[in-house]
Design a protein around this ligand. Structure first.
Ligand SMILES: Cc1cc2nc3c(=O)[nH]c(=O)nc-3n(C[C@H](O)[C@H](O)[C@H](O)COP(=O)(O)O)c2cc1C
Length: 355
């Protein structure tokens, strides 16, 4: 079984992930992961932190001579900002050394302090922060490498940011909103091409791949909607304008359209997987909303923390990681777990059968 856990606070020593269940003999280098870590840090609207962090992965286990061992892969991503943070803590009042008590609407602040019994929001935000998604992206990059051995390719694109489409329009809108002290969300799309039919299952609710992918995407901070294929648009169309007609030719089965987004009955149907996710606007506002100071219970303006104005492009890279992880899991469930050549042999024999 493929599984992973992450640990690490936003300004702690670093992030760690343990990815267990990756088979042996998969070629893997730090470069394979660093490319995606860099992509997660890009895109218009990112905050000052991105100039400090240049994320690089350090495999502390599970890889030897450039190949996986089948043992748990230990992933470490140091936080460069840790050094700066400890210095700031002793140097400046009003910085990380001080308790944060003014709750930010839209963040995990209020829910977190109530749940865990804190008088300092920093105890919440350090882990609730999307910094944790760097560890997910590292795990996803390993999964992508595995999937690439089978010709499966994951991609993403930004559909819109705050309603603006296209690089120029998006940048211009972000600049305008930034000057207003406000923030934006948007929509991104993640796709998987080259996916064979028959991954996932309809036999039990928790084995349905559409549900599993949705959780991987919905659990990304600030994602509030996930749709597969036509998604919400399905509900307003006639059946004849939704369902994808089936044909058979020398390559095997196919569909004339892909409104289902590659998934029927919780199982891949051989078409590309197409997922869209809606991201709400970033909750830390330079011009803060009204809130409450948890120390005094009196009304106050929300805490302002160095922050992104928009992070849709980065969230899309995290979305790629979520899709890659779930696809790697179902591939391993179907074709075996231990060694890459054995899995490839099982995969080839399956492809022959379904053609
Ligand atoms: C890539 C990425 C970057 C983010 N950057 C910020 C940020 O700089 N400031 C902020 O307040 N929220 C940021 N968020 C969103 C918060 O982490 C998120 O809204 C918060 O954890 C509350 O969770 P929820 O929105 O899922 O309910 C970011 C999210 C993602 C995916």
């Amino acid at each position: 079984m493929l599984r992973y856990l992450t640990a690490g606070e936003s300004h702690g020593k670093g992030l760690i992930a343990i990815l267990e269940g990756m088979p042996s003999n998969l070629p893997l280098s730090a470069k394979d992961v660093d490319v995606d870590l860099a992509r997660r840090q890009e895109g218009p609207g990112r905050g000052g932190r991105m100039k400090i962090e240049k994320d690089k992965v350090d495999f502390i286990s599970g890889v030897r001579h450039g190949k996986t061992l089948g043992s748990p892969i230990g992933i470490f991503i140091p936080n460069k900002d840790f050094k700066n943070w400890t210095e700031i803590m002793s140097a400046e009042k009003g910085s990380a050394g001080e308790k944060v008590t003014k709750l930010r609407p839209g963040h995990a602040d209020l829910a977190g302090i109530l749940k865990y019994g804190f008088d300092d929001v920093r105890n919440v935000l350090e882990r609730a922060s999307a910094r944790e998604t760097a560890a997910r992206v590292a795990v996803g990059a390993v999964c992508k490498k595995f999937l690439s051995e089978f010709g499966i390719k994951i991609n993403s694109k930004v559909v819109h940011v705050g309603g603006a489409e296209g690089e120029k329009e998006i940048k211009a809108l972000i600049e305008k909103i930034k000057a207003e002290g406000d923030t934006l969300g948007g929509v991104f799309e993640v796709t998987a091409a080259g996916v064979p039919a028959g991954l996932g299952s309809y036999v039990q609710w928790d084995r349905k791949l559409d549900g599993r992918i949705s959780q991987a995407i919905m659990s990304i901070p600030a994602i509030k909607g996930v749709e597969i294929g036509l998604g919400f648009e399905n509900s307003g169309r006639k059946g004849s304008a939704v369902h994808d007609e089936i044909f058979y030719d020398e390559k095997g089965y196919g569909h004339k359209t892909n409104n289902a987004g590659g998934l029927e009955g919780g199982v891949t149907n051989g078409e590309d997987i197409v997922i869209r996710a809606a991201m709400k606007p970033i909750s830390t506002l330079l011009k803060p909303l009204k809130s409450v100071d948890l120390k005094t219970k009196k009304s106050a303006q929300a805490h302002v923390e160095r922050s992104d104005v928009a992070a849709v492009e980065a969230a899309a890279v995290v979305g790629e990681a979520g899709l890659a992880y779930e696809l790697a899991r179902v591939m391993l469930e179907k074709f075996g777990h231990d060694s890459l050549p054995d899995i490839k042999a099982a995969f080839q024999s399956y492809l022959k059968r379904i053609r």
